[in-house]
Design a protein around this ligand. Structure first.
Ligand code: SF4
Ligand code: MG
Length: 340
């Protein structure tokens, strides 16, 4: 089957201007060759530290800017090269929920109008009675009282505002919602409620979700697959259980080692990475992670590892970009540590 979304070798390089003549003096290699798919009704979590390029991937899919190279295909149709006047059908099908429910809702619009706007824009309502019914239904879907539609955004809590943001995304009847740190700004208990709501809505409406987050603990509760980004590249992608049980990239192993484990005794040994994330203006040669990797060897400094299926993985579709997996299992610390 054709995946709902197929991203192939996506690149977004932002030019840096400077110098006396204001010319281009370099590039920020924000996203540098990223490929993945999302199936219908599937959640893919895109994780990594801030600045790794994950939000840029989301914005590229939303076509908030032109990409530098690569392809974005929605439901078998290329969308990255659509001219400006022809974007509307694609804009309806891919919606977004941003991190900050305080700044993403217009404070001068009542909830009714916030929800009615996309319905009108995309011509979804047959008449004004249908419009009202759709707005009421959206309030039901996000578990807010119908009579709250007359209120203003500032009258709601952060969690309630994020429900309104989700309702606004749903108003367009999308196939895919990009959630960019959509629960990151919320309190722990509210976070869990919004995650549960997103999962319920996904089951109810057969939505696909691209869940962009730096928080692996949240991701573990809600995603089907996980893609891990480091410095503009995906270094590992796998079904959730396989990735959490036996990470195949040293960066993922380090990220997971910082996630609290509920059962005492089951805690992973904490891996502390040395140094900071290098600048995306001048990323390291070879494997981009080699300056911080506890297992780096000579080959890592010169040759870039491709993202390929890992032979020792627990599940099909477990890909990692790391030279360790070319070595025999008894000489591969990531395989040996898991007793494979
Ligand atoms: Fe570490 Fe080398 Fe693997 Fe990169 S390729 S993650 S430097 S072992
Ligand atoms: Mg971001």
């Amino acid at each position: 089957a054709v995946p709902l979304l197929e991203v192939t070798d996506l690149k977004k390089h932002f030019p840096i201007r400077g110098g006396f003549f204001g010319g281009v003096t370099g590039h920020v290699f924000a996203v540098d060759g990223v490929s993945f798919t999302i199936g219908r009704s599937e959640t893919l979590a895109l994780v990594g530290e801030s600045g790794c390029g994950k939000s840029t991937v989301g914005k590229a899919i939303l076509k908030l800017f032109d990409i530098t190279a690569g392809q974005v295909v929605l439901d078998g149709k290329r969308i990255d090269d659509l001219p400006a006047g022809t974007l509307r059908p694609m804009r309806r099908r891919v919606q977004v929920v941003f991190q900050d429910p305080f700044s993403s809702l217009n404070p001068r619009m009542r909830v009714r109008d916030i929800l009615a706007e996309p319905i009108r824009n995309f011509g979804l309502a047959k008449n004004s009675a249908d419009l009202e019914a759709r707005v009421a239904d959206l309030m039901d879907k996000v578990r807010l009282p119908r009579d709250a539609v007359g209120r203003w955004p500032h009258e709601f809590s952060g969690g309630q505002r994020q429900r309104i943001g989700i309702a606004r995304a749903l108003a367009a009847e999308p196939d895919l919602i990009i959630c960019d740190e959509a629960v990151s700004a919320l309190d722990v208990s509210v976070k869990a409620q919004i995650v549960n709501l997103l999962q319920d809505l996904q089951n109810e409406l057969h939505l696909a979700l691209l869940f962009i987050s730096h928080d692996l603990a949240i991701v573990e509760h809600m995603t089907h697959r996980v893609a891990v980004m480091y410095l503009g590249k995906i270094v590992e992608v796998a079904p959730k259980r396989s990735l959490f049980a036996a990470p195949k990239h040293p960066y993922t192993e380090a990220l997971l080692s910082a996630v609290p484990v509920p059962m005492p005794g089951a805690a992973r040994e904490r891996v502390i990475l040395k140094g900071d994330v290098p600048s995306p203006i001048n990323p390291p040669k070879g494997c981009r992670f080699h300056t911080r990797c506890p297992y780096a060897f000579d080959r890592c400094r010169v040759e870039e590892p491709p993202l390929v299926a890992v032979p020792t993985a627990l599940a099909a579709g477990h890909l990692a970009a790391c030279h360790l997996h070319d070595r025999p299992a008894n000489d591969n610390p990531l395989a040996a540590a898991k007793g494979e």
